[in-house]
Each structure stands twice: as structure tokens, then as C-alpha cells.
Design a protein around this ligand. Structure first.
Ligand code: AMP
Length: 190
């Protein structure tokens, strides 16, 4: 089984596709956004510190998310395979992920990158905001900030994995089923 980074801008469908992939292949799903939202709900110090940044659509500091992921990897060693969703979002996080996996004799096999135009992302996020309860999905300024943070800080992560010949682009517009089937083809060709 493979260890995958599911990559793409906010609203690209990473969460939706992760759910399907877990069901089909039995991956362990590690979403830093979900972990942080869990910490906010539990009112931990880390969650409360992260909340302001998350509500504004800014990134939480690298050391915070790297520490969380290292801990999760340690507690799940022996898993069939991991899907990293929403992580890594900076090159420093990608380097830390490589080291954390390497220390357990593991590596990322592929980055699956969902490509979706900005206008479509805005429409999807505003639609999700009607039911998600997420402050960062409900306001166009915050959504635009998340898209520009993605372009400035996160897109270089794609080059990082291209440099390792692990980048696999998938067109992220169309039916959920057809995108899922494209992702499955990538995984099955690994
Ligand atoms: P997501 O659910 O992946 O859209 O993440 C929601 C928010 O959580 C982001 O806008 C960031 O504020 C924070 N976050 C999630 N993952 C990361 C990460 N890998 N690095 C920094 N901040 C993150």
C-alpha cells in the first residue's frame, strides 16, 4: 500500500476524495485541518491559539502542525498506508514529513494534485459554508486569502515532489465519481 499526499487548493475536493479512498483502500487519513478543528472543539491551548489564524485563512506555524503529524505517524506505524490531506502546506513541512517517515523506514510514494480553477473554488467553498459551520468558508475575503496563501506558500510544495518524480496531476473538475476513478488509476499504476 502506498503513502500519498493528496494536494490541491482549498475546495479542490481533498476531503471528499479522501473519504472514498479510505473506504476503498483502508488508508489512515491524516488531515491537519481536521486535527486542528478537533483541538478547537476540545478547547486545548493549541486549538485556541490556532483558531484565529484558521478563521482568517492564514497558516498555523510549521512547528505546530509538524509536531502533530509526527505524533500521529508514531501512533499509526504499521498502518497499511497514509493519506496526508492538507499537509504538507509549506516546503519546510514537506521536508519534515520526509524525515519523519524515513525514521520509520517509510516514504511518500506520490503526490496526487487536484487542479481546480479559482472561480470554481470560490463557488464550492461558499456553498460548503452554508452547512460546514466553518468561518473560513463563509466570507469571500477569507476565501480569497486562503487561495492566495495557497499560491504563495503551498504551491512550491508541488515542485518539491516534482523534483522527486512523485507529482501526479489530476483534473479536479467533473463528477466526484469520475475524479475518484482518475485518482484510483494513478494509485493502481504506482
Ligand atoms: P483545511 O481544513 O485543510 O482547509 O485547513 C483549515 C485551516 O487549518 C487552514 O486554513 C490553516 O489555517 C490550518 N491548517 C490546516 N493544515 C495546515 C498546515 N498543514 N499548515 C498550516 N496550517 C494548516
Amino acid at each position: 500500500m502506498a503513502n500519498l499526499v493528496l494536494f490541491g487548493p482549498p475546495g479542490a475536493g481533498k476531503g471528499t476524495q479522501s473519504e472514498r479512498l479510505i473506504e476503498k483502500y483502508g488508508f489512515i487519513h491524516l488531515s491537519t485541518g481536521d486535527i486542528l478543528r478537533g483541538e478547537i472543539k476540545a478547547q486545548t491551548t493549541r486549538g485556541l491559539e490556532a483558531k484565529k489564524l484558521m478563521d482568517a485563512g492564514d497558516l498555523v506555524p510549521d512547528d505546530v502542525v509538524i509536531g502533530m503529524i509526527e505524533h500521529k505517524i508514531e501512533t499509526a506505524v504499521g498502518a497499511k498506508g497514509f493519506i496526508f490531506d492538507g499537509f504538507p502546506r509549506t516546503v519546510a513541512q514537506a521536508e519534515a514529513l520526509d524525515s519523519a517517515l524515513e525514521s520509520h523506514g517509510l516514504a511518500i510514494d506520490a503526490m496526487i494534485a487536484l487542479a481546480v480553477p479559482d472561480d470554481e473554488l470560490r463557488t464550492r467553498l461558499l456553498e460548503r459554508g452554508k452547512t460546514s459551520g466553518r468561518a473560513d468558508d463563509q466570507n469571500l475575503d477569507k476565501i480569497n486569502n486562503r487561495i492566495s496563501v495557497y499560491k504563495d506558500e503551498t504551491m512550491p510544495v508541488a515542485e518539491f515532489y516534482s523534483g522527486q518524480n512523485k507529482y501526479k496531476g489530476v483534473h479536479g473538475v467533473g463528477s466526484i465519481d469520475s475524479i475518484f476513478s482518475d485518482i484510483c488509476s494513478v494509485i493502481e499504476d504506482l
